[in-house]
Design a binder for this molecule. Structure first.
Ligand code: ADP
Ligand code: MG
Length: 712
């Protein structure tokens, strides 16, 4: 890649007199010294005073200044944990786990240094004083004082405990990310803070534009942690790059063999291109022979096992250069010290609502200019650095957006709408959103909840809807579970299906052994359903007690299927809490298929021609995904439902189940009638619109009636 040095984009950086040799620093300094070196420490007293004097404070500081790891500890050291837990929310699961681990180590080191008592794993290990909680995984105990969690977890807790009384302080971290749940939490916590004068609320942001947060809470103080950044020289590609993976590899080798020591951080979009980059880099390094300079290549993405994730923080051995290939989790959520070179692909994966398929899809999207600048900033944390952007300066200026669109404005809101409804928020358009979602989005979500039977014509939660909220699942999945319980006598089986759908695919298809693994997988196939195939795999693994060897032999990720078992156990608990004891249908699995249909009838296709399907609502041709059991066994039923649509060269239905035409008519009467089970896309859209409008009218009417009622 040929580069052009940027004109003026490195201007935000500031010089500092002493340059820290960071990896060396981590190796030789005690944890106390490391903590005290962080920018947050230099303003600790001021910060604590501001918190003492104000119930809500916005804290702004560069990535790596110590917001996430230090604020919780400062509050604990200051005694806030004497009357409650200090909670800290993260938009990303990975960050919650990784940071909790680091902080538990820091806290344990401080205890050890104080010499006050012997270390005790139950208190000082991860899950003791410092723990974390993410969906389906709660690592906290009765000793926990500092709790990291995803924003979604805190939002759910507010359902059970609207005042969040167990917390003395809540830190909403990474507010600049504007994740969907954080945005909703803003509205919820503003109300909580108004009711609880003893609660401390801290909102942190890595970007300087914190005024919106301050304004939202009525002009609360903004505390700025002074930055300590070094100049970063930024370079743009001279021409548009076709293949950012290859371009990144080339640039990495260029740096590795021609530039001074210092670690490299490459920003990619997700698991696939990260693994691709790592593989190609490893190949190139092998080809160059053993006596070339060693390069330690480490991937980082959310599905990577936690022990491998933790490796990115270890200092590389003397004389070895570290090269981390990461998703945008390394942009602001996680800070790795010692990065001198950043390579920015210019892309990230974003969840975007796709109206064509009626659900969210993860799309590879160009980053915003704000993201790009955060990325380059990673090179200047511990010394002057360099950033190589794999896109042209023109692309940067003309094609990238200024800032990313908040998630709330671009994704499906069904989950959030259901949650807010059960928090008693009647009219969502009146809820305190920092940036309200487009009305269309709210209406689409209401509509989806309505077709699932979670809300009635007036927009109120139904009995079913109230039960659905109890499960930390997407609405269709909780519907499936409850339908199975009430109408199918097969909740045991559907619990397993739902658990398997809640973890990443358990099938393992190693490179070079594709055919062999496919052949083994085929033995698990249930001809009429991929969902039932998942059920089958789980039941078989269970017979073998989820034995790791058995799993490996059958090309199944043993960690993945054990995760499914944990999810299963938690869902069973939740069922029992609602006095719903799981019941099994034995071997007659047709009712399981019907339950699946009850949740996914709007994702249905009808056969047209030989082995070809068209979507029943949109009329778009949709093919069976090659990984499907139906495809593998050449079974082509008249009607199918699918879990999701994958759009590549064409539209593929993935996770498919054969259903009966009558079921569609029975379970999705708003779409299908027995006679006419196909509607043109246009007709459907018209109907959707008039349904939504009618619903809106009824809601409006009801609201007016309520107001009248109140006046009386
Ligand atoms: P901020 O939240 O302001 O971006 P952090 O609190 O995340 O900053 O980071 C403070 C310091 O803690 C950084 O120097 C970072 O490298 C270090 N750190 C964070 N997590 C780990 C970890 N798992 N291992 C080692 N160091 C870590
Ligand atoms: Mg942070």
């Amino acid at each position: 890649v040929d580069y052009k040095k940027s004109a003026g984009f490195a201007a935000h950086v500031k010089k500092d007199e002493k340059e820290a040799k960071s990896s060396e620093f981590a190796r030789t300094k005690t944890i106390r010294e490391q903590r005290e070196y962080l920018p947050a420490f230099s303003v600790r007293e001021d910060l604590l005073r501001t918190v003492r004097e104000n119930n809500i404070v916005i804290v702004v500081g560069e990535t790596g200044s110590g917001k996430t790891t230090q604020l919780t500890q400062y509050l604990m050291e200051e005694g806030y944990t004497e009357y409650g837990i200090v909670g800290c929310t993260q938009p990303r699961r990975v960050a919650a786990m990784s940071v909790a681990k680091r902080v538990s180590e820091e806290v344990a080191a401080m205890v050890k240094e104080s010499g006050k008592r012997e270390l005790n794993d139950e208190i000082d290990g991860l899950g003791g004083t410092v723990g974390y909680s993410i969906r389906f995984e709660d690592l906290t105990n009765e000793h926990t004082l500092i709790k990291y969690m995803t924003d979604g977890v805190l939002l759910r807790e507010s359902l059970r405990d609207p005042d969040l009384n167990k917390y003395s302080a809540i830190i909403m971290d990474e507010a600049h990310e504007r994740s969907l749940n954080t945005d909703v939490l803003f509205g919820v916590l503003r109300k909580v803070a108004a009711r609880r004068s003893d609660l401390k609320l801290i909102v942190t942001s890595a970007t300087l534009s914190a005024d919106v947060f301050s304004d939202f809470f009525g002009g609360v103080p903004i505390f700025r942690i002074p930055g300590r950044t070094f100049p970063v020289e930024t370079y743009f590609a001279k021409s548009v790059q076709e293949d950012y993976v290859m371009a990144a590899v080339k640039q990495t080798l260029q740096i590795h063999f021609n530039s001074p020591p210092g670690d490299i951080l490459i920003f990619m979009t997700g698991q696939e291109d990260i693994e691709g980059t790592c593989t190609v880099l490893a190949e190139k390094m092998t080809n160059l022979g053993e006596d070339s300079k060693p390069l330690l290549v480490l991937p980082m993405y959310s599905q990577l096992p936690a022990d491998l994730q933790a490796k990115i923080f270890d200092a590389a051995p003397e004389g070895v250069r570290k090269c981390i290939v990461s998703t945008n989790v390394a942009e602001t959520s996680l800070t790795v010290d010692g990065i001198k070179y950043v390579i920015d692909s210019g892309y990230c994966k974003l969840k975007v609502y796709n109206p064509k398929i009626g659900m969210d899809a993860l799309n590879v999207t160009p980053v915003s200019r704000a993201n790009a600048n955060q990325r380059s900033g990673r090179a200047g944390r511990t010394g002057p650095g360099f950033c190589f952007r794999l896109y042209t300066e023109r692309q940067f200026r003309e094609e990238l957006m200024e800032t990313a669109v908040p998630e709330i404005q671009r994704t499906n809101l069904s989950n959030v709408v259901l949650l807010l409804k059960s928090l008693g928020i009647k009219n969502l358009l009146d809820f305190d959103f920092m940036d309200p979602p487009p009305e269309d989005n709210i209406m689409t979500s209401l509509y989806q909840l309505w077709i699932l039977g979670a809300i009635d014509n007036t927009g109120d939660l139904t009995a079913l809807g109230r039960r659905m909220v109890e499960f930390p699942l997407d609405p269709p999945l909780s519907k499936m579970l409850l339908f199975a319980h009430e109408h199918g006598q097969c909740s045991s089986e559907v619990l397993i299906v739902v658990s398997m759908l809640s973890v990443p695919s358990v099938f393992f298809r190693p490179k070079g052994r594709e055919e062999e693994s496919d052949a083994v997988r085929e033995k698990f196939f249930v001809p009429e359903s991929d969902h039932l195939t998942l059920l089958n795999v789980y039941l078989r693994a269970k017979q073998y007690k989820f034995d790791a060897q058995w799993c490996t032999k059958h090309f199944i990720h043993s960690k993945g299927i054990r995760k499914a078992r944990e999810v299963h156990a938690q869902l069973v608990d939740l069922m029992k809490q609602q006095k719903l004891d799981p019941v099994s249908c034995g071997g007659s699995w047709d009712v399981v298929r019907k339950s699946i249909c009850s949740a996914y009838f709007y994702n249905s296709s009808k056969i047209k021609g030989i082995g070809e399907y068209i979507n029943m609502l949109s009329g778009i041709p949709s093919a069976l995904h090659p990984s499907s059991a139906l495809f593998g066994l050449g079974y082509t039923p008249d009607y199918v439902c699918y879990h999701e649509l994958i759009s590549t060269t064409k539209e593929y239905m993935s996770c498919v189940t054969a259903v009966e035409g009558e079921w569609l008519a029975e379970l999705g009467p708003m779409f299908f009638s027995i006679k006419e089970s196909y509607e043109s896309a246009l007709k459907r859209r018209q109907r959707e619109r008039s349904d939504a409008a009618a619903m809106e009218k009824e809601m409006e009417k009801k609201k007016m009636e309520e107001e009248k009622e109140r006046e009386r």
